[in-house]
Design a binder for this molecule. Structure first.
Ligand code: ATP
Ligand code: MG
Length: 565
């Protein structure tokens, strides 16, 4: 968030009212609570920005807490990646890094307290039986036959669950609420289950683990969270959140739900992203096509562009799909102001300037960023043999094609006017070289006699350029909502087989030899690119296209604004 810009949404309205009523002694304390079972995605960024920015705005604090109650799916690798991603996004939890597993002892004590209050009981039903007894939305549930066990019996059984006497799934501890409740969540939910599985933090200490709903509210309470912000699907869990804390009589944060981010042409579900990785539909969690923070980073997105995006989309109570174009527009806007320009030919066509001396070389001045004069200029070498973009030449140009064609003159950016005199083809009839002439009077790109050309092309000098690989990306999925599929198919049937296009014979101007990872460049007329740290080698650099130059979305928006006013 910009330093002086304030968030204003339905959540800040709630907080403002709380502060007015001096609730929580005027404190605001939030947390970001990921489960370490995958890498973070852009939806998490929305939650991270919201929680950290709200805390900052009210001089409060925001914790990072791992909700690590499911040892079967959680791993240290995910903990590390989550920390890295939150930090990279620009947020700082200082010393406030917590784990739900750090509260296992306390949670266990609270469970015993509920048993003693006759608010929890050990149930011997199997998971299938529990499901059957629970009823449905239209059918009330049935009480478990073990619901009315004595406190002593429950304490004994719970203790034996803890000491490892019972196999997985054989017994649970359940809250004693109401099997007839219209809210299914309140039908005696499971609080603890037996799971003989070692935990990434607590090792083999426990063979019973608390359920998310039990651990989450108590963790919030222990940390003195004031506003527990979560996504809408937890709205139906709120009565349970409140019930547990009320029964225990402990500090009671207010749960507030907001609509999760859905982004067009991609998916934001860790489970499905995991599937794409494990089934090798992508190269990893950080594949530049992935909506993960690590994927976006590798793609060339900056922390500030992602924060700007989260600010732009705002928060609300209504689920919707945000277009990918909104995200692309945020990075494009930033990189237009900031990034160094360069000339790179993606699909090279050889051009020989016949009237340019064989051994002559020149250094021409090129502007680093027309949006920012302070970024200065650089030298680009010019010589007799050049590469231009294949697409910039047509032997038989259609009506609106103004670029190079036989007999036609165009400008080479920062260099000269050239004219195409002859087309050289290979044995298959493919154009392999253009023989051109240049006008020495047009150095820098203007003709002293005032004659005009209709196109300006980028180019590189063949003997100075160096070869590189460039990767162009498209949406991972062909349709806006990948979850909408033909009958009998799943979201993966909507994967776009052409989402990655690799060009392995591109030519960079020499200034890019020292391209650094983490720096963004505009390849003139092609888009914004960054070096791929992972796949670049001494022999060959690899560049990723972050985004194209086309910005239809903002143009549309501007037009709309224009017609509205
Ligand atoms: P997923 O659905 O991708 O598996 P999750 O909710 O299971 O996500 P958690 O690790 O539990 O993942 O999420 C941590 C926090 O991020 C939670 O508070 C959750 O509500 C929030 N969050 C997750 N996905 C989104 C999203 N798409 N938009 C906004 N917030 C999200
Ligand atoms: Mg979750």
């Amino acid at each position: 968030m910009e330093k002086n810009k304030k968030l204003s949404n339905f959540i800040t309205e709630i907080i403002d009212k709380d502060l007015e009523a001096n609730k929580n002694d005027g404190k605001v304390y939030t947390r970001f609570p990921p489960e370490p079972n995958g890498y973070l995605h852009i939806g998490h960024a929305k939650s991270i920005c919201l929680n950290f920015n709200i805390a900052a705005q009210y001089n409060g604090l925001c914790n990072l807490r791992f909700d690590d109650t499911n040892p079967a799916k959680e791993e240290e690798e995910y903990v590390r990646s989550i920390e890295e991603d939150v930090r990279w996004l620009g947020f700082n939890w200082e010393k406030r890094l917590y784990y739900a597993s750090g509260y296992f002892d306390q949670l266990h004590k609270y469970a015993i307290e509920l048993i003693k209050k006759e608010k929890a009981y050990v149930c011997d039903l199997t998971p299938d039986e529990i499901r059957e007894y629970r009823g449905t939305l239209t059918k009330p549930g049935k009480n478990s036959p073990h619901r009315d066990r004595s406190v002593e019996k429950n304490l004994d059984l719970f203790n034996r669950m803890k000491s490892g006497e019972f196999p997985d799934g054989s017994r649970t501890l359940r809250a004693k609420i109401n099997m007839q409740s219209p809210n299914m969540v309140m039908r005696d939910p499971v609080l603890y289950r037996v799971l003989h599985s070692s935990h990434h933090k607590t090792g083999s200490k426990w063979c019973i683990y608390p359920m998310y709903d039990f651990a989450h509210c108590i963790s919030d309470s222990i940390e003195r969270i004031t506003h527990s912000i979560c996504t809408l699907e937890f709205e139906i869990n709120r009565p349970l959140y409140d019930w547990i804390l009320d029964e225990l009589g402990v500090h009671h944060p207010q749960q507030i739900e907001f609509a999760r981010l859905n982004l067009g042409h991609t998916i934001l579900s860790k489970r499905k992203l995991m599937e794409l990785v494990s089934e090798s539909h992508v190269s990893g969690w950080d594949d530049p096509r992935m909506p993960t923070i690590s994927g976006l980073r590798r793609r060339g997105y900056t922390p500030s562009s992602i924060r700007a995006f989260c600010e732009r989309i705002g928060v609300s109570k209504v689920n919707s799909i945000v277009e990918m174009a909104v995200l692309e527009d945020c990075i494009r806007e930033e990189l237009n102001k900031r990034s160094q320009r360069a000339m790179v030919v993606l699909n090279p066509l050889r051009v020989v300037i016949e009237n340019y001396p064989e051994d002559k070389e020149e250094e021409l001045d090129a502007i680093n960023n027309p949006e920012d004069e302070k970024m200065g200029t650089r030298k680009v070498p010019f010589s007799r043999v050049l590469y231009i973009e294949k697409d910039d030449f047509r032997e038989d140009p259609p009506k609106k094609f103004f670029r190079l064609a036989p007999g036609r003159e165009v400008r080479l950016r920062y260099a000269y006017f050239i004219k195409c005199n002859e087309v050289v083809k290979d044995e298959n009839g493919e154009v392999v070289e253009l023989r051109c002439s240049y006008d020495p009077e047009t150095r820098g790109g203007d003709a002293p006699d005032g004659r005009k050309v209709k196109a300006t092309l980028h180019w590189v000098s063949a003997k100075h350029a160096f070869a590189t690989e460039v990767r162009l990306y498209d949406h991972l999925f062909t349709n806006r909502n990948p979850n909408e599929t033909e009958e009998g198919k799943d979201y993966k049937s909507n994967l776009d087989p052409d989402s990655l296009k690799t060009l392995d014979n591109c030519y960079l101007e020499p200034s890019l030899k020292d391209a650094k990872p983490g720096e963004n460049y505009q390849f003139e007329r092609q888009g914004y690119f960054c070096l791929d740290k992972k796949d670049s080698t001494e022999e060959k650099l690899v560049f990723n296209r972050t985004v194209t130059l086309r910005d239809t979305w903002s143009k549309l928006e501007k037009r709309e604004r224009f017609t509205r006013s």
